[in-house]
Design a protein around this ligand. Structure first.
Ligand code: HEM
Length: 241
């Protein structure tokens, strides 16, 4: 079981995830856009358009203008997700000692790492619970929701729940996690940490990544394509005859 989920599945996930993402983005990039879709007032320069895109991606500006309550839940969830993922990368790479780079002692750094990780994880959970309740509470939202929408929510709840469980009740040594991930990336696999919560957490992440390219989660990349069409400088667009 460990061999299947810990050694074989990660490579299948990597191929499906990367291949699927590249495929979908190539398809989008080749969709003909025969009309100019720029919405005015729009930036005059490419730099301005990139700034506009960045504001949309970081601040969810359109959603803010549209619906403030949804903006709150969606923004909290996405910002917390970004912080958790950055925290995972830095925390696992430096084994919790990343703040020593800023003058903290190793013990202080570990405490700060735990503190930030816990707050970011809690914010992520609050954001997800908010979005879940919003979907379940409104008859209109229930009507337009399908199995796939609930599947993603359940997977995310499982990932975040098992992560928080490890954080509070069942700590996994970062060293074992780092060795395991490094082994996968260097094609010299070692056994995953012997911890049921970790294996559950990791397997759910693998399932989510497998599904990602064919799911609505691709809106994370689609945003850049669609927004560019309405924000790019007018005079730079290619006119198809
Ligand atoms: C390669 C993928 C991943 C690995 C190896 C991994 C590993 C871990 C580990 C070892 C912990 C426990 C940290 C501790 O107790 O100090 C943890 C916590 C957590 N994980 Fe993951 N994780 C992965 C992906 C994800 C993803 C994609 C999400 C979110 C969708 C996520 C959400 C969380 C949360 C919310 C926590 C608890 C709070 C925190 O430590 O930040 N993890 N993860």
């Amino acid at each position: 079981m460990s061999v299947l989920f810990g050694w074989v599945l990660p490579y299948i996930v990597l191929i499906v995830f990367l291949g699927g993402m590249i495929h979908r983005m190539l398809v989008w990039a080749h969709v003909p856009v025969p009309f100019k879709l720029t919405v005015f007032p729009s930036p005059d320069t490419t730099g301005g358009a990139v700034l506009d895109l960045a504001k949309e991606a970081v601040g969810f500006r359109s959603l803010w203008r549209g619906k403030k309550s949804l903006w709150f839940g969606a923004w909290l969830f996405h910002i917390a997700l970004a912080l958790v993922l950055i925290g995972h990368f830095v925390g696992i790479t430096f084994l919790g000692h990343q703040f020593t780079l800023f003058g903290a002692t190793p013990e202080q750094s570990e405490r700060l790492s735990i503190l930030f990780g816990t707050y970011a994880g809690a914010a992520l959970l609050i954001g997800l619970v908010f979005l879940t309740i919003r979907r379940l509470a409104s008859p209109t939202m229930r009507f337009i929701s399908n199995f796939a929408d609930y599947l993603v929510l359940v997977l995310l709840l499982g990932i975040i729940g098992s992560g928080m469980y490890m954080r509070f009740f069942n700590e996994v040594p970062y060293g074992a996690v780092r060795d395991y991930l490094a082994g996968l990336f260097t094609f010299r696999p070692v056994l995953p940490p012997d911890n049921q919560a970790f294996l559950f957490h990791f397997t759910l992440v693998e399932l989510l990544l497998l599904y990602f390219p064919s799911s609505k989660l691709m809106h994370a990349c689609g945003l850049f394509f669609s927004r560019w069409l309405i924000t790019r400088p007018y005079e730079r667009q290619v006119i198809l005859k």
